[in-house]
Design a protein around this ligand. Structure first.
Ligand code: BF8
Length: 679
């Protein structure tokens, strides 16, 4: 090629496509900030989603890169669709094996993220039990006593023939030891599995899928998916089950419980949500990530007189904290700190020009935050030894439970000192909504329980009489491949319109809050008549926010309580219930989905699932699993169809329970009633 032509090629870069703000998000604040970013020439995930398209074979789940003879790519072909599948990798691996291996590795990564978070919490809890730290304490001794028996820790002792309460410090130490053991004990099975309904536990036992310890199951997935090991997709799925159950009923559940013991069990409180929570005249600190070990201390430091006085001394009116992702949910449910947005809004919080510091720990953190922060005065602070960033404008302040308050104050002070350095014109969108959050197994018991007839009696009674058609768990991420929040909101609205009560966590919870669906007033506007009546009587929103993604364990336990309260079958798979992750993107969502499915829940994901390239494997996941576990996977990108698949499943379960007639009565309109009266 002539030199001149070469020059031309280099000098003519393709113009970058920009996102259309309205097509990218249904949320007005987000649209405003995408536009603002584009005016300032700051690139965001929404723009990148325009210029880079996903790999068509990866999406199908049939690209194998587990050895250096590959990557071997096995896209769907016409002959496969016609029933003849000759596709093989170099080693002979079939599309089913490849898709199952890829799926298994996603489960392992997702379960590891939740469970390593849980381990970190358990380690801090051990420091508390050993009294090695003054910064963290046991805030909820009642919860400690409630969970101790599930970890085989006695709460009473016999003294002189009398039963007396055991010393709380002793209980804490033993709980810490037994909890930490769950990650690596050499024999036995996870203790928390016995919290599941008895028939479910027995089914897992019979199938040989009881997790032995949390870490072992992820290591075994990595072994089995190594080149030349497990080549039977059904056997791989079995190991996925062990690993995912070790997440839901293990690492995640332990994280939730020990966080509640140390930081307090959430109870309903009022707050707000969306970027409009940031304040022009305040020092704004955004905490992003997942572990409340960090955010608990930052909340305490930011509320200290010392730091508030310091903020005033630099000309600010105070300190405004806001959360992104699940740290946002953790701070919300225990302190009422408002989330500034979901996963897809993380860059936008900095683009307001009013973010003095963004403090991050682990999971769901864009590396591009560093590039965005460079365009503003924002200090981007990493805090976790396992999650650093390579860019040189990122500050690393390692957070350690032994001097947690000192670290937190250092971080808050850095943010306050940065207030005077604001460069760009501040532009905070006004949009924010009021929300009631902080629900959990305990508070549902309080609001929807009955004193005399069983803990979840009122809830069960209203499901049986048909005012509430069923229960949906709608959870999970945003994904830049689909319009931000649209599927979340459409599905949730369709469910409550059809009298299905929704339990939410993660970014779905934040999306619902931003849209105003987490307020009791919503019931009259969006719910069907039965659900509206219950919500108005009890004074709850139709969408109950149960916290972060590790708190999906609260949904498992809430479902177990519903089973225990009676009248709706003997197992989770008997309940008129379904799960959904409308805009999933994370490997954690796959682990969550699989522990829901294998706990008996029909679970529908939005967008696509990486198994469409292996139809036999996909059929096993979508259809055969129901015969084994009572729950199965499904995928539906259209949000209305997605909601109606869930409702159809709920109706199927109502019919099997013989309560479908009750539902018919509730659905009678005025004309039907008049007809009855005339008879
Ligand atoms: O763990 S919902 S985008 S923030 S992964 Fe991440 Fe998904 Fe949000 Fe919380 Ni969960």
């Amino acid at each position: 090629m002539a030199e001149e032509t070469k020059e031309k090629v280099v000098k003519a870069p393709k113009e970058k496509k920009l996102a259309d703000p309205v097509a990218a998000s249904m949320d007005l604040a987000t649209q405003i900030m995408i536009k603002r970013a584009q005016e300032l020439g700051v690139e965001t995930v929404f723009d990148r989603a325009e210029s880079m398209k996903p790999c068509n074979i990866g999406i199908q789940g049939t690209c194998c890169k587990n050895c250096a003879m590959g990557p071997c790519r096995l896209p769907l072909t016409k002959s496969v669709e016609e029933g003849s599948d000759e596709r093989k990798g170099l080693c002979g691996a079939t599309a089913n094996t490849i898709a199952a291996r890829n799926f298994a590795r996603m489960v392992a990564a997702g379960a590891s993220a939740h469970s390593d978070h849980g381990r970190g919490v358990a380690e801090v809890f051990m420091s508390v039990a050993k009294k090695e730290t003054n910064d963290y304490k046991i805030k909820d001794p009642q919860k400690l006593i409630a969970i101790a028996p599930y970890l085989d820790v006695a709460t009473t002792v016999e003294v002189d023939g009398k039963t007396v309460d055991r010393n709380l410090d002793e209980i804490a130490l033993e709980v810490a030891e037994n909890a930490l053991n769950e990650w690596g004990k050499p024999s036995g099975e996870l203790r928390y599995l016995r919290r599941a309904p008895q028939p479910l536990y027995e089914r897992w036992k019979k199938l040989g899928v009881l997790p032995r310890n949390i870490d072992r199951e992820t290591v075994e997935i990595m072994h089995r998916t190594h080149m030349g090991v497990d080549q039977d997709y059904k056997n791989l799925v079995k190991q996925c089950t062990r690993c995912a159950l070790g997440d839901g009923w293990g690492g995640s559940m332990l994280a939730t419980d020990l966080q509640d013991v140390m930081f307090g069990t959430p109870y309903p409180l009022q707050s707000e949500a969306n970027l409009g929570i940031m304040k022009q005249d305040h020092v704004n600190i955004i905490i992003h990530g997942h572990e409340p070990i960090l955010s608990e201390m930052i909340v305490a430091a930011a509320q200290s007189k010392e730091m508030i006085d310091h903020a005033k001394s630099v000309g600010a009116k105070g300190i405004q904290l806001g959360g992104i992702c699940c740290t946002g949910n953790e701070m919300l449910q225990r302190h009422g700190v408002p989330p500034a947005g979901t996963f897809l809004q993380q860059e936008l919080a900095i683009i307001t020009g009013a973010c003095e510091a963004m403090v991050v720990d682990v999971q769901c953190i864009f590396q591009n935050l560093a590039n965005v922060a460079k365009c503003f005065h924002t200090k981007l602070i990493t805090t976790h030894p396992i999650a650093k960033m390579e860019q040189d404008n990122v500050v690393h302040i390692e957070f350690d439970e032994h001097h947690a308050m000192e670290d937190a104050k250092r971080i808050v002070k850095m943010a306050v000192d940065n207030f005077k350095n604001r460069r760009a014109e501040v532009m905070i969108p006004r949009q924010k909504a009021t929300q009631i959050a902080g629900f959990g197994v305990e508070s549902i018991k309080y609001h929807l329980g009955g004193t005399f007839r069983g803990d979840y009696y009122t809830l069960n009674d209203n499901i049986i009489n048909g005012r509430i058609r069923g229960i949906a768990g709608v959870v999970g991420c945003n994904n830049a491949r689909t319009r931000h929040n649209e599927a979340h909101i459409t599905i949730v609205k369709e469910l409550i319109k059809n009298d299905v009560i929704v339990l939410t966590t993660g970014c779905n919870g934040i999306a619902c809050a931003m849209e105003g669906l987490l307020s009791p007033e919503t019931a009259a506007v969006f719910c069907g008549p039965g659900l509206a009546e219950v919500c108005e009587t009890v004074g709850i929103p139709p969408v109950l926010h149960l916290g972060s993604c590790v708190d999906n364990s609260r949904i498992l336990l809430a479902a177990t309580e519903v089973v225990k309260a009676g009248g709706l079958g003997k197992d989770i798979c008997d309940l008129p219930a379904a799960g959904s992750a409308p805009e999933w993107m994370s490997e954690k969502a796959i682990s969550i989905g699989h522990y829901f499915v294998t706990s008996g829940v029909y679970t529908v994901f939005g967008l696509h699932l990486p198994m469409s390239g292996a139809p036999v494997f996909q059929d096993y996941m979508y259809n055969e699993l129901e015969k084994i576990y009572g729950g199965m996977w499904d995928c539906e990108a259209d949000p209305i169809k997605h909601a109606h698949k869930m409702i159809a499943h709920i109706d199927k379960k109502r019919k099997a329970l013989g309560i479908d007639k009750a539902r018919d009565r509730v659905l009678m309109d005025m004309a039907d009633r008049q007809k009855l009266e005339a008879m």
